[in-house]
Write a protein that binds this ligand. Structure first.
Ligand code: F0G
Length: 457
């Protein structure tokens, strides 16, 4: 008999988590104005708000913390970090930053000017924010199929080459670079194929434009290439990642995801010009060039995390858990962005809460219901997150309205996945009775979802 699949690690340290009663949760959530970002984490049983900085470090990573060199300049930890990044990506120039958005801030301070257009595939919110704050435009060239949650495609994060080429042809002189987000978080943690990365490279070369990867989940992307794309099944993850990065000129990285650290990020590039242009902003905003907002110990742990998480077994354990949860939701016929993404399941709220009008925010309503049901904290990636149109100030109801269940790396077991699935099923079973959503009582002008205050209708 074939042995069943099991995790590629065992557990050495645990952190207790606490259940609560529905009555307690009702009080806590009301006090949090029905915004799960305002909840104390002690009031959460299973926390799926993000996979960012929430992973469990390995014993090797914890051991490396003790060997951190905290010298201000020239720390050996910096060279551990730099050499590992260069080994994995092939990029020789490295700038450390405290997290992903800081890498964006440093690099874009050099690269992005007023009136620029930056084409890519579903720019992440902070990426878009750092573009828009410089009075430039983030132009989304993701394939249209990504918007149909029920369509099953292997590489739903891809760029549409025709859209990209049109933008380049029309706005050639306004485009400083092309950005590709791997995996495509906003489209549901969906991967981008190697073939697509090559197509982007060819278009970029034709118009003589550099390509930047937003590489927060590049290792998960490489896993999907290995599993789904012709010609890659016998290649190692490290071979695949090397090939991916050979198609780019540089990357910004939130190491809180695929390097499995609680804090950290970097810029890596092969362009001396980018390095020289950006490094002054690192010193100004982050810190000196050999720490950029990180401790020596964090850089040590990051180097090891990057190495471990570009090994197949680690990624297989991780992504199979997300697929396991997806399989449980399939049993209950709960609709989500198909196929399951690398880091999360994105539940399609509008297909579930059909009686809640979009003006009453179905995905946020589902987030609230799931928390009340079982103390599980997901996160709305929908109409509240989309903010208002900067010109008309109307809500933007054009996109998808999803409840994201982000799975931290190496943290929960499949028993927790079962609890999540059944809790969601219980909400799903009473969906017809959920006829009212939430209304906004206070909001900030941008990035409102973190601080928005809501009332139940
Ligand atoms: N790019 C992508 C694709 C991301 O998903 C994130 C963060 C960032 C950049 C910014 O990195 O948080 O280190 O500053 N995503 C988290 C999430 C917050 O929950 O999806 P950061």
């Amino acid at each position: 008999m074939k042995l069943p699949f099991a995790e590629s690690w065992k557990i050495k340290m645990v952190e207790p988590i606490r259940k609560s009663t529905r009555q307690e949760r009702e009080q806590w959530l009301k006090a949090a104005h029905y915004n799960v970002f305002q909840l104390a984490s002690e009031h959460v049983y299973i926390d799926l708000i993000t996979d960012s900085g929430t992973g469990a470090m390995s014993d090797r990573q914890w051991a490396a913390l003790m060997l951190g060199d905290e010298s201000y300049a020239g720390a050996s930890s910096f060279f551990n970090f730099k050499n590992k990044i260069t080994e994995i990506t092939g990029f020789p120039y490295i700038i450390p930053t405290h997290q992903g958005r800081a890498a964006e801030n440093v690099l874009f301070s050099y690269l992005v000017k007023e009136g620029n257009i930056i084409p890519g595939n579903s720019h992440f919110d902070t990426t878009k924010g750092h573009i828009e704050v410089r009075k430039a435009i983030a132009c989304d060239c993701t394939i249209d199929e990504a918007k149909d949650t029920q369509l099953e495609l292997p590489f739903k994060g891809n760029v549409d080459p025709r859209k990209l080429e049109n933008v380049l042809a029309e706005n050639h002189d306004k485009i400083p670079f092309i950005i590709i987000t791997i995996t495509n978080n906003t489209a549901g943690g969906q991967p981008v194929s190697m073939r697509n990365l090559k197509e982007v490279r060819a278009i970029a070369d034709k118009y003589k434009k550099p390509v930047l990867f937003d590489a927060a989940r590049f290792a998960e992307n490489a896993y999907f290439i290995k599993m789904r794309e012709d010609g890659y099944k016998d290649k190692t993850i490290k071979e695949i990642t090397k090939e991916m990065f050979s198609l780019a000129d540089g990357m910004t990285m939130s190491a809180k995801k695929d390097a499995i650290v609680n804090m950290g990020g970097f810029i890596a590039t092969r362009l001396e010009e980018w390095y020289e242009g950006a490094k002054g902003y690192c010193i100004q905003y982050e810190g000196y060039l050999t720490y950029g907002g990180m401790n020596g110990r964090d850089m040590n742990a990051l180097a090891i995390g990057l190495d471990e998480n570009t090994e197949f077994e680690n990624l297989e354990t991780r992504i199979r858990q997300v697929e396991y949860l997806a399989g449980r939701l399939d049993e209950y016929k709960i609709p989500y962005q198909r196929p399951a993404g690398g880091h999360a399941i994105f539940v399609d709220a509008m297909k579930i809460l059909t009686h809640v009008p979009k003006e009453e925010f179905p995905a946020q309503t589902l987030t609230v219901e799931l928390y009340l049901e079982a103390g599980i904290r997901g996160c709305e990636i929908g109409f509240i997150l989309a903010d208002r149109d900067p010109v008309t100030r109307e809500n933007r109801f054009g996109g998808l309205d999803l409840l994201r269940l982000a799975i931290p790396r190496r943290v929960y077991t499949n028993n927790h996945m079962d609890v999540i699935a059944v809790a969601l099923k219980n909400v799903f079973d009473r969906r017809e009775a959920i006829t009212h959503g939430v209304k906004i009582t206070w909001e900030s002008p941008v990035m409102r979802h973190f601080t928005v205050q809501l009332e139940k209708i």
